[in-house]
Design a protein. Structure first.
Lengths: 147, 147
DNA sequence: ATTGCTTCCGTAGTGAGGTACGGGTCTAAG
DNA sequence: CTTAGACCCGTACCTCACTACGGAAGCAAT
């Protein structure tokens, strides 16, 4: 008993996955998804696999992988390359942890500044601005790229 | 006794602040820094104020302000607008905290996946890939923008 | 005086991840 | 049968923060 596969147009596919039609087409152009053959003169249809692929991409993106990295992951898809996949995962984990601690530093600094601003309200000058003018105490000590 | 002010060329200024010459010129075009008058047919010189401005910009950037927001901050520079500045700071603080908790979620998920990958090594399939294929457990439940 | 590094200045390109547009074709509802 | 709404497709445009390019002119040392 062959259950007829859930067939969708690109619009339905996109809506179901919560992305825009243009985004799906963009992923196709990037080579992250294949374009199904189109029936002569007609409209392409997409199945569950396409939807799964879209989920894969969004899930990976959510984990901080770039589209290029996702492309890499996709070449490892058969499950035979667990080590490579884990390696990529570990790299991401490291970079996520770096980001977290940088943001925590920033949070502490910003919090302190805002606190000062709220309390010492008698003065004429603004402590936040003052700190920014001084370079936020050792924030600019790392003179590297901010990006 | 007038101490002759520390005068720099754009190159020295940039190097001192740890940015590129092009970056300084870019900030000028963006209206974040002024261009000093140039002596007839000659080379512009920059003083400590310009350097301070550059520090201000980098410090603010480090705190997560965009160049547009930094422009706003700069219009509040006189210190008479402490409330507005604090308001901006608080907004940033909120967004930084959001980012942190999002990243912490990601960290937990990624860590778990990598752990699984390292341990259960007898199977043929890769747990990381498997999870990505399933959508990372409720990661894709929030079907919104990843950006 | 010649080499060689800066500076000056405008314009254009980069990368990441899309989003928008416009003209043409299909399909489904009324 | 007409019309509204998808779809198809290529190309152009967007944001953000830079970065590069290229030619002319200045300045410092040899």
């Amino acid at each position: 008993m062959l259950k007829k596969r859930n067939v969708m147009t690109i619009g339905t596919l996109a809506r179901t996955a919560g992305v825009g039609v243009e985004t799906v087409r963009y992923y196709q152009r990037r080579g992250l998804m294949s374009e199904p053959e189109k029936p002569y003169g007609g409209i392409r249809h997409y199945d569950e696999q396409a939807l799964a692929r879209l989920h894969f991409i969004r899930a990976s993106q959510w984990l901080g992988f770039s589209l290029d990295e996702i492309g890499e992951l996709l070449t490892l898809q058969d499950g035979d390359h667990c080590d490579e996949a884990r390696e990529l995962g570990e790299q991401k984990l490291t970079s996520v942890r770096r980001k977290i601690s940088r943001l925590q530093q920033i949070e502490r600094a910003l919090n302190e500044l805002v606190q000062k601003c709220s309390s010492g309200h008698g003065d004429v000058y603004c402590p936040l601005m003052a700190s920014l003018n001084d370079g936020v105490e050792d924030a600019t000590t790392d003179k590297h790229k901010v990006r």
